[in-house]
Design a binder for this molecule. Structure first.
Ligand code: ITT
Length: 197
């Protein structure tokens, strides 16, 4: 069976990527299976730069086809923040709860129509020759006034998808995996993945 390394240590992300790739007949690994691999420094200014860096370094270390996801939340009222800094918005070792608290504090008193935001995901895939392929997906929403729901990870409890009037954390993985930024980006990578693994 073909092997693929998902270049992440984020378990929430990994679960979703595994669900989204279930149709491909592949054995999945993640960086949790390579604990001695040096930390990848995410110092790029863009999701794309960070995704490519994670895919390349993982391919170089493991010698296996590697798929990286660099993603985050862009809030219009904050000029696109937290953006590439989403995972460490409230500090280097911030928890999801601390990041959400900081976000809600930054938007306090703003009415719903001024709380527009989107999740963005860039997928970079290094194939078995080391060539890197890149795709992108977004998902539009608004930031709620308090956390709701228990599914997903990260900012899911405050990200409301307007069509459903519910947060990603309330919608659950079936619906999230149909409409999310990650689902869109991975769908665009589908043919390339089929060809290479
Ligand atoms: P890896 O680099 O190891 O993959 P990471 O969590 O550091 O893990 P990123 O640098 O791409 O990954 O940061 C992504 C952050 O954006 C993530 O930690 C969440 O805070 C947020 N995020 C991305 N996608 C999300 C989603 O589907 N739902 C909720 N939050 C999400």
């Amino acid at each position: 069976m073909k092997k693929l390394v998902v270049a992440t240590r984020n378990r929430g992300k990994l679960i979703e990527i595994a669900e989204l790739l279930h149709e491909h007949d592949i054995k999945l690994f993640s960086l949790l299976d390579f604990p001695k691999m040096p930390e990848i420094v995410e110092d790029g200014d863009t999701f794309e730069a960070n995704a490519i860096k994670k895919a390349r370094e993982t391919f170089e270390y493991t010698g296996l086809p590697s798929l990286a996801d660099d993603s985050g939340l862009e809030v219009d009222a904050l000029n696109g923040a937290p953006g590439v800094h989403s995972s460490r918005y409230a500090g280097e070792t911030a928890t999801d709860e601390q990041n959400i608290d900081k976000l809600l504090a930054a938007l306090i008193d703003l009415p719903l129509e001024e709380r527009t935001a989107r999740f963005r995901c860039v997928i970079a895939f290094a194939d078995s020759s080391g060539q890197v392929h890149v795709t992108q997906g977004t998902c539009e929403g608004v930031i709620g006034f308090e956390p709701r729901g228990s599914g997903g990870f990260g900012y899911d409890p405050v990200f409301i998808v307007r069509e459903y009037g519910k947060t990603f954390a309330e919608l659950g993985s079936d619906i999230k995996n149909r409409i999310s930024h990650r689902a869109v980006a991975l769908e665009k990578m589908r043919d390339v993945l089929h060809k290479h693994i």
